[in-house]
Design a protein. Structure first.
Length: 382
């Protein structure tokens, strides 16, 4: 596998970033049950640091037992190590939270996945071939809408993805309408339902639908419906808060299309630029608790959980449901979860279908390392 170099910033992973985070080389491996420890997992996070990641933190829960480890540093200036309790920006992992709330609203009869975007956001999705009258909420959640990803707009990239642009605009205030404007000045990828393409714009819209359906900020609904019931004490939707809660490590980026050149401390930024597509902050223990509870049916009725797990073709090694991916590892084990990449942070959180074996990993650098290799090590061994 080639080295993953991030070329976009300030939001959840794009399709290429998600693919790179999920896809791993084919490995000759035994099922997880064949090994009792986590030696391979520990080696994998150390390998990521050897590859250039400043630091890594990983937490695993298997049955009733929890194991955690770190490698590398959380602060390049002081050499302070990473902590297993670090808060970090989870980026696209936020999409599973957003999709869960939408499905809860469906279960309550407050909306339907077959509703059009136009019904909830009249006149919002129009221009250059985009038409919210022909796009359903389901197509937003499974990325079959065809709506252009605002991250890929050249103006957005110039403003926020280059070193000069990021350092000047990292604290910019941006509303969803500003992000949508970047997307809608481009043509759609395909007709609604005519393909699959990862687009962060879909979840900017999904968050707005939550707000229209409930009359509350989408972050407040996530807190009321998921964070509080599961006691996710390290998880938040920070809005415009530019700093990370403690404990946390510094976050680093090259702010370039290569893995060379200067390394920038990008810890402080305005996550509102990611909005519903990747705004959230959490830690590894909370992410494990969330995905395990979700797959065990604690957050959704059976009908809605089945809908969430109804997948469409995405990339070669995984399929995409409603805000969640189904990844088949090299040893045949299936895990459900999501990857997340934002400036200075690269994460993955997954669980087996029964919710009994879960993993969350974070790198505090965005230009090297392979979170998929950590998954292979934990669930398949080496």
């Amino acid at each position: 596998m080639t080295r993953r170099v991030r070329t976009t910033t300030l939001t959840a992973a794009t399709a290429a970033a998600l693919s790179a985070a999920l896809v791993t080389p084919a490995l000759a491996a035994a099922p997880a049950a064949a090994h009792g420890g986590h030696d391979a997992t520990r080696k994998a996070v150390r390998a990521a640091v050897a590859d250039g990641v400043p630091g890594a933190t990983v937490t695993v829960r298997r049955g009733h037992g929890t194991w955690a480890a770190t490698a590398g540093v959380g602060d390049l200036r002081t050499g302070e190590p990473r902590s297993v309790r670090d808060h970090y920006r989870v980026a696209s992992i936020s999409k599973t939270f957003v999709a869960t709330v939408v499905l809860q609203l469906e279960a309550e009869g407050r909306l339907s996945l077959d509703d059009t975007v136009e019904k909830w956001l009249p006149g919002v999705v129009r221009g250059n071939g985009h038409d919210g009258r022909r796009i359903t909420l389901r197509q937003l959640l499974d990325h079959t809408s065809g709506i252009f990803d605002y991250l890929q707009d050249t103006g957005f990239q110039q403003t926020y993805a280059t070193a000069e642009g990021f350092l000047k605009h990292r604290f910019d205030e941006a509303d969803p309408q500003d992000l949508l404007a970047f997307a809608l000045r481009n043509e759609p990828y395909f007709e609604p339902g005519g393909g699959w393409k990862y687009s962060n714009t879909n979840y900017v819209l999904a968050a707005q639908v939550i707000e229209k359906a409930t009359g509350h900020a989408h972050g407040d609904e996530i807190e009321r419906r998921i964070i509080d019931p599961l006691h996710l004490t390290s998880t938040s939707v920070p809005g415009r808060r530019t700093t990370l809660p403690k404990p946390s490590s510094r976050a680093y980026s090259k702010l370039a299309t290569t893995a060379t050149g200067p390394t920038y401390d990008v810890t402080e930024l305005n996550p509102r630029l990611a909005y519903g597509s990747g705004e959230m902050v959490s830690d590894s223990a909370d992410l494990i608790r969330f995905y395990s509870a979700l797959l065990r049916g604690r957050l959704l009725p059976p009908e809605q959980l089945k809908e969430m797990k109804t997948t469409v073709d995405a990339e070669d090694t995984y399929r995409y449901g409603l805000g969640i991916a189904d990844l088949e590892l090299s040893c045949g084990v299936h895990v459900w979860g999501h990857a997340g990449g934002i400036t200075g942070s690269n994460s993955m959180a997954v669980t087996t279908e029964d919710g009994r074996h879960s993993l969350a990993v974070n790198f505090n650098g965005d230009w090297s390392g392979n979170t998929g290799a950590v998954l292979e090590a934990e669930f398949c061994g080496r």
